[in-house]
Design a protein around this ligand. Structure first.
Ligand code: ZN
Length: 129
């Protein structure tokens, strides 16, 4: 068994990728067929129409749009989605303490029946002791 017996490395023809003229922006836009004089593309994210005449505007307009498109940014994670805070007993306690101090509410308020009812309504999980 010599080196010459080794099978030739599997021939993987390195096909050059078909370089299309289409810009990456077309992943975010759909060309609206129809008006050849004034072609438009619709943003996948917000549905806005942008002029995309290959001679007049090219895809620059589309890129400019994406830069300003809130929904696109959101989808790219640039804008943090609103995080709905999970119920946290500590947070409720902290907020309660803060409210008492800030609004100078007497501490005995938390023992009042009306207040307890109120808390039970907005947060039934909160243990009022
Ligand atoms: Zn958009």
């Amino acid at each position: 068994m010599g080196i010459g017996d080794l099978p030739p490395p599997s021939a993987t023809p390195s096909q050059p990728r078909n370089r299309t003229k289409r810009s990456w922006t077309w992943e975010h836009f759909t060309n609206i067929p129809g008006n050849r004089e004034n072609p438009q593309a619709r943003c996948h994210h917000c549905g806005a129409l942008c002029g995309c005449h290959s001679k007049k505007q090219g895809t620059a307009v589309l890129i400019v749009h994406l830069r300003g498109c809130q929904r696109y940014k959101m989808s790219m994670g640039e804008i943090k989605k609103m995080v709905i805070p999970q119920y946290s007993e500590k947070l409720v306690r902290d907020m309660l303490a803060e409210m008492i101090i800030e609004d100078e509410i007497p501490f005995t308020t938390v023992d009042k029946r009306g207040f307890r009812k109120f808390v039970k309504t907005i947060e039934p999980q909160f243990p009022l002791t």
